[in-house]
Design a protein around this ligand. Structure first.
Ligand SMILES: [Zn+2]
Length: 145
């Protein structure tokens, strides 16, 4: 069976699945002006895509932004010279919480995750303080300047 299944996005924003050969109208608003987003070779993969598309918007955005963050993280770390100031700077950014503070604990775990034995988190912070990038918030965390 070479039947093709399509994931359709309606003008009303609803996503639904259909056979390509017998495109149906939107089950929510009845419009047939939907646009095909993707094609599938099996109803099963279509069903999965529909289910994923109809995740509550916020959750799917969160998942997407997490994936995007992970991809850019890899790209940044991959492109920059290992151990260079830019690579270290990106690790520092990854170690910064949503409150804008970089903690030494997080920094050392991120350095470890990236496989750095040197420089240590203390050295990175010491250097950044000298450069005037960070200033101490308390004994464990730093703010960016
Ligand atoms: Zn619709």
């Amino acid at each position: 069976m070479d039947e093709v299944w399509i994931l359709v996005k309606c003008i009303c924003g609803n996503l639904f699945g259909s056979r390509k050969a017998s495109f149906s109208s939107c089950p929510r608003c009845g419009s047939s002006k939907g646009k095909t987003q993707r094609e599938f070779q099996s109803p099963k993969s279509l069903a999965e895509a529909v289910a994923a598309s109809n995740l509550p918007l916020q959750i799917s955005q969160e998942v997407e932004s997490r994936i995007a963050a992970e991809q850019s993280r890899r790209a940044v770390l991959g492109e920059k010279t290992r151990g260079g100031p830019e690579a270290i700077r990106s690790i520092m950014r990854l170690s910064t919480g949503s409150d804008g503070r970089l903690t030494i604990k997080k920094l050392s775990s991120e350095l470890e995750k990236e496989g750095y034995a040197e420089p240590s988190a203390e050295q990175v912070i010491g250097q950044a303080e000298m450069e005037g990038i960070l200033f101490m918030a308390d004994s464990e965390s730093w703010y960016w300047l």
